[in-house]
Design a protein around this ligand. Structure first.
Ligand SMILES: C[S@@+](CC[C@H](N)C(=O)[O-])C[C@H]1O[C@@H](n2cnc3c(N)ncnc32)[C@H](O)[C@@H]1O
Length: 199
Protein backbone atom coordinates (compact mmCIF):
# COMPACT_ATOMS: atom_id res chain seq x y z
CA UNK A 1 0.00 0.00 0.00
CA UNK A 2 2.90 2.33 0.81
CA UNK A 3 4.39 1.73 -2.63
CA UNK A 4 1.07 2.65 -4.25
CA UNK A 5 0.70 5.79 -2.09
CA UNK A 6 4.24 6.94 -2.90
CA UNK A 7 3.86 6.34 -6.63
CA UNK A 8 0.59 8.36 -6.71
CA UNK A 9 -0.47 6.71 -9.93
CA UNK A 10 2.88 7.09 -11.71
CA UNK A 11 3.87 4.09 -13.78
CA UNK A 12 6.90 2.05 -12.80
CA UNK A 13 8.67 -0.64 -14.81
CA UNK A 14 7.33 -4.09 -13.93
CA UNK A 15 9.25 -5.59 -10.99
CA UNK A 16 8.86 -9.29 -11.70
CA UNK A 17 12.11 -10.94 -12.85
CA UNK A 18 12.46 -12.42 -16.30
CA UNK A 19 11.05 -15.86 -16.98
CA UNK A 20 11.75 -18.15 -19.94
CA UNK A 21 8.34 -17.27 -21.36
CA UNK A 22 8.65 -13.52 -20.63
CA UNK A 23 12.33 -12.53 -20.91
CA UNK A 24 11.73 -8.74 -20.94
CA UNK A 25 9.40 -7.90 -18.06
CA UNK A 26 10.74 -4.32 -18.04
CA UNK A 27 8.70 -3.73 -21.21
CA UNK A 28 5.56 -3.91 -19.05
CA UNK A 29 4.39 -1.37 -16.43
CA UNK A 30 2.93 -1.43 -12.97
CA UNK A 31 1.48 1.00 -10.43
CA UNK A 32 2.69 -1.19 -7.55
CA UNK A 33 3.77 -4.78 -7.07
CA UNK A 34 0.36 -6.00 -5.82
CA UNK A 35 -1.86 -4.46 -8.48
CA UNK A 36 -1.91 -6.33 -11.80
CA UNK A 37 0.42 -5.11 -14.54
CA UNK A 38 -0.97 -2.05 -16.35
CA UNK A 39 -1.14 -4.00 -19.62
CA UNK A 40 -3.13 -6.71 -17.83
CA UNK A 41 -5.51 -4.02 -16.52
CA UNK A 42 -6.00 -2.80 -20.09
CA UNK A 43 -6.61 -6.38 -21.16
CA UNK A 44 -9.22 -6.86 -18.41
CA UNK A 45 -11.15 -3.79 -19.51
CA UNK A 46 -11.04 -4.85 -23.15
CA UNK A 47 -12.08 -8.38 -22.23
CA UNK A 48 -15.13 -6.94 -20.48
CA UNK A 49 -16.14 -4.91 -23.54
CA UNK A 50 -15.40 -7.93 -25.75
CA UNK A 51 -17.40 -10.65 -23.97
CA UNK A 52 -20.00 -8.35 -22.34
CA UNK A 53 -20.46 -10.19 -19.03
CA UNK A 54 -23.53 -9.86 -16.87
CA UNK A 55 -21.63 -10.97 -13.79
CA UNK A 56 -17.92 -10.69 -12.98
CA UNK A 57 -16.41 -12.09 -9.78
CA UNK A 58 -13.00 -10.86 -8.66
CA UNK A 59 -11.13 -12.39 -5.73
CA UNK A 60 -8.63 -10.04 -4.09
CA UNK A 61 -9.62 -6.41 -4.59
CA UNK A 62 -6.49 -4.94 -2.93
CA UNK A 63 -6.87 -1.16 -3.59
CA UNK A 64 -9.63 -1.68 -6.13
CA UNK A 65 -7.57 -0.80 -9.20
CA UNK A 66 -8.40 -3.88 -11.30
CA UNK A 67 -12.00 -3.64 -10.03
CA UNK A 68 -12.28 -0.11 -11.39
CA UNK A 69 -10.74 -1.04 -14.76
CA UNK A 70 -13.25 -3.85 -15.22
CA UNK A 71 -16.06 -1.57 -14.06
CA UNK A 72 -15.04 0.89 -16.79
CA UNK A 73 -15.72 -1.91 -19.26
CA UNK A 74 -19.13 -2.51 -17.69
CA UNK A 75 -19.98 1.17 -17.92
CA UNK A 76 -19.00 1.17 -21.61
CA UNK A 77 -21.27 -1.89 -22.09
CA UNK A 78 -24.11 -0.24 -20.20
CA UNK A 79 -24.98 -3.31 -18.12
CA UNK A 80 -23.51 -5.92 -15.76
CA UNK A 81 -21.88 -5.83 -12.33
CA UNK A 82 -18.68 -6.89 -10.65
CA UNK A 83 -18.57 -8.54 -7.24
CA UNK A 84 -15.10 -8.08 -5.77
CA UNK A 85 -13.97 -9.35 -2.38
CA UNK A 86 -11.15 -8.29 -0.09
CA UNK A 87 -10.79 -9.96 3.30
CA UNK A 88 -8.40 -7.50 4.96
CA UNK A 89 -10.56 -4.76 6.59
CA UNK A 90 -7.94 -2.00 6.28
CA UNK A 91 -7.24 -2.77 2.61
CA UNK A 92 -10.99 -3.07 2.02
CA UNK A 93 -11.56 0.46 3.37
CA UNK A 94 -8.89 1.82 0.97
CA UNK A 95 -10.59 0.04 -1.93
CA UNK A 96 -13.93 1.52 -0.84
CA UNK A 97 -12.41 5.01 -1.00
CA UNK A 98 -10.93 4.40 -4.43
CA UNK A 99 -14.23 3.09 -5.78
CA UNK A 100 -16.20 5.97 -4.26
CA UNK A 101 -13.83 8.43 -5.96
CA UNK A 102 -13.98 6.61 -9.31
CA UNK A 103 -17.59 7.41 -10.15
CA UNK A 104 -18.08 3.71 -10.95
CA UNK A 105 -19.61 2.53 -7.67
CA UNK A 106 -22.95 1.66 -9.28
CA UNK A 107 -21.24 -1.15 -11.22
CA UNK A 108 -19.36 -2.57 -8.23
CA UNK A 109 -20.45 -4.74 -5.32
CA UNK A 110 -17.40 -4.64 -3.02
CA UNK A 111 -17.42 -7.18 -0.22
CA UNK A 112 -15.27 -7.34 2.90
CA UNK A 113 -15.04 -11.12 3.02
CA UNK A 114 -13.12 -14.18 1.95
CA UNK A 115 -13.34 -15.55 -1.56
CA UNK A 116 -13.88 -18.96 0.01
CA UNK A 117 -16.98 -17.78 1.89
CA UNK A 118 -18.80 -15.01 0.00
CA UNK A 119 -22.06 -15.97 -1.64
CA UNK A 120 -22.61 -14.78 -5.20
CA UNK A 121 -25.85 -16.02 -6.72
CA UNK A 122 -26.16 -16.40 -10.49
CA UNK A 123 -24.11 -17.49 -13.47
CA UNK A 124 -20.58 -16.06 -13.55
CA UNK A 125 -19.37 -14.87 -16.96
CA UNK A 126 -15.89 -13.81 -15.86
CA UNK A 127 -13.92 -14.96 -12.82
CA UNK A 128 -10.69 -13.08 -12.06
CA UNK A 129 -8.81 -15.04 -9.41
CA UNK A 130 -6.24 -12.69 -7.89
CA UNK A 131 -6.19 -13.23 -4.12
CA UNK A 132 -3.69 -15.34 -2.20
CA UNK A 133 -1.55 -17.67 -4.34
CA UNK A 134 -2.25 -20.63 -2.07
CA UNK A 135 -6.01 -20.55 -2.54
CA UNK A 136 -6.43 -19.78 -6.24
CA UNK A 137 -7.10 -23.44 -7.02
CA UNK A 138 -9.72 -23.65 -4.26
CA UNK A 139 -11.38 -20.52 -5.62
CA UNK A 140 -11.65 -21.91 -9.12
CA UNK A 141 -12.98 -25.22 -7.82
CA UNK A 142 -15.47 -23.36 -5.62
CA UNK A 143 -16.87 -21.12 -8.35
CA UNK A 144 -16.58 -23.61 -11.24
CA UNK A 145 -20.15 -24.97 -10.99
CA UNK A 146 -21.44 -21.38 -11.27
CA UNK A 147 -19.32 -20.39 -14.25
CA UNK A 148 -21.24 -20.11 -17.48
CA UNK A 149 -20.20 -22.58 -20.22
CA UNK A 150 -19.29 -19.55 -22.33
CA UNK A 151 -17.63 -17.80 -19.40
CA UNK A 152 -13.93 -17.20 -18.83
CA UNK A 153 -11.69 -17.92 -15.87
CA UNK A 154 -8.58 -15.81 -15.36
CA UNK A 155 -5.90 -16.85 -12.88
CA UNK A 156 -3.27 -14.19 -12.28
CA UNK A 157 0.34 -14.88 -11.15
CA UNK A 158 0.70 -18.04 -13.17
CA UNK A 159 4.24 -17.45 -14.45
CA UNK A 160 6.75 -20.29 -14.44
CA UNK A 161 8.47 -18.60 -11.48
CA UNK A 162 5.25 -18.66 -9.44
CA UNK A 163 4.59 -22.30 -10.02
CA UNK A 164 1.70 -22.66 -7.55
CA UNK A 165 -0.92 -21.04 -9.72
CA UNK A 166 0.48 -22.40 -12.99
CA UNK A 167 0.53 -25.93 -11.61
CA UNK A 168 -2.96 -25.52 -10.16
CA UNK A 169 -4.29 -24.49 -13.58
CA UNK A 170 -2.54 -27.39 -15.31
CA UNK A 171 -3.89 -29.78 -12.65
CA UNK A 172 -7.44 -28.55 -13.22
CA UNK A 173 -6.87 -29.05 -16.95
CA UNK A 174 -5.43 -32.55 -16.44
CA UNK A 175 -8.58 -33.43 -14.49
CA UNK A 176 -10.61 -32.39 -17.54
CA UNK A 177 -12.29 -29.50 -15.70
CA UNK A 178 -10.92 -26.57 -17.72
CA UNK A 179 -8.90 -25.81 -20.86
CA UNK A 180 -6.09 -23.33 -20.34
CA UNK A 181 -4.01 -20.86 -22.30
CA UNK A 182 -0.91 -19.54 -20.54
CA UNK A 183 -0.30 -15.91 -21.49
CA UNK A 184 3.42 -14.98 -21.35
CA UNK A 185 3.08 -11.82 -19.27
CA UNK A 186 5.58 -10.92 -16.49
CA UNK A 187 3.51 -12.41 -13.67
CA UNK A 188 1.67 -14.86 -15.90
CA UNK A 189 -2.01 -14.98 -16.70
CA UNK A 190 -4.10 -18.07 -17.31
CA UNK A 191 -7.18 -17.76 -19.46
CA UNK A 192 -9.40 -20.78 -19.14
CA UNK A 193 -12.83 -22.03 -20.01
CA UNK A 194 -14.61 -24.84 -18.31
CA UNK A 195 -15.00 -28.01 -20.31
CA UNK A 196 -18.47 -28.99 -19.09
CA UNK A 197 -21.14 -27.59 -21.37
CA UNK A 198 -18.70 -26.49 -24.05
CA UNK A 199 -19.78 -27.33 -27.59
C1 LIG B 1 -2.63 -9.39 -5.65
S1 LIG B 1 -3.70 -8.48 -4.61
C2 LIG B 1 -5.06 -8.11 -5.67
C3 LIG B 1 -4.74 -7.08 -6.70
C4 LIG B 1 -5.94 -6.52 -7.45
N1 LIG B 1 -6.73 -7.58 -8.05
C5 LIG B 1 -5.49 -5.58 -8.56
O1 LIG B 1 -4.94 -6.08 -9.56
O2 LIG B 1 -5.71 -4.35 -8.43
C6 LIG B 1 -4.35 -9.74 -3.57
C7 LIG B 1 -5.34 -9.28 -2.51
O3 LIG B 1 -6.09 -10.42 -2.11
C8 LIG B 1 -6.42 -10.29 -0.75
N2 LIG B 1 -6.80 -11.64 -0.29
C9 LIG B 1 -6.00 -12.67 0.06
N3 LIG B 1 -6.71 -13.76 0.37
C10 LIG B 1 -8.02 -13.42 0.19
C11 LIG B 1 -9.26 -14.12 0.32
N4 LIG B 1 -9.30 -15.40 0.70
N5 LIG B 1 -10.40 -13.47 0.05
C12 LIG B 1 -10.37 -12.16 -0.34
N6 LIG B 1 -9.24 -11.45 -0.48
C13 LIG B 1 -8.08 -12.07 -0.22
C14 LIG B 1 -5.18 -9.69 -0.13
O4 LIG B 1 -5.47 -9.07 1.11
C15 LIG B 1 -4.73 -8.71 -1.23
O5 LIG B 1 -5.23 -7.42 -0.99
Amino acid sequence: MLQAERAQGALLPEYHRATPECPHPERWHMVDSMTAEVEVLEFLRTLVTTIKPNLIVETGSFLGVSTVWMAEGLRANGFGRIVSCEFDPLVFSKAEEKIAASGLAEWIDLRNGSSLEIQVPGAIDLLFSDSDLDIREQEVRRFLPQISPTGLILMHDASSHQRKVREAALRLEAEGLISVVLLPTPRGLVIAQKREGRN
